[in-house]
Design a protein around this ligand. Sequence first.
Ligand SMILES: [Zn+2]
Length: 231
Amino acid sequence: MSVVVLLGAPGAGKGTQAPLLAERLGIPVVATGGIFRAAVRDGTALGMEARRYMDAGQLVPDEITVKLLLDRLARPDASSGVILDGFPRTGVQAAALDHALDERAERVAAAVLVDVPADELVRRMSGRWICRSAGHPYHETSSPPRSAGVCDLDGSELYQRQDDRPETIRVRLDQQLGALGEVIDYYRAAGVLVVVDGLQEIGLVAAGVETALAARGIRAPSPVENVAGRA
Ligand SMILES: [Zn+2]
């Protein structure tokens, strides 16, 4: 089983890469949000426990999250492996995950970091502008208005909310990058960190991830190998 952890700062394109990687490797993406929702929906004991924290507006404790992850990993569709998205978020969580996997004689095979410099993350996340009259959204690079500072639809002025301003985003990002840095350090020390340049075009990032994983023996089973396996 190949447990692959996908790492990246907000705005690095991790969410775009997760399904691409899942398709290339033939294994599912497991995101903690989805696991919580499924466990609550299925009414499992762990799900009910997680729900108590969520209902109270609290973070679900790592111990419960790790147990839910292990249950998910035991499902048939995860028999060849999973891509973990959104967990671990801290060094403590990374260690808790390792400990739990170790008890099942499993391990994290690779931690893939989609690496984008902080300045570029700020640029990507701070490009959002909305119009005063109706809140129509624009983005400096991905969906700019036809004429700068003016809404295409109603001609009203465009402005940036406090949350979307570079200085606000910078502060929030620095906090998030601190926790991500712990996780990166953890996996680097474990010798499983794979860094891919996230400034490249989406397809090239995906190809880079695939190549780096293949070099570690993590790849989708080819038809030939399947035949050999049955023989
Ligand atoms: Zn508008």
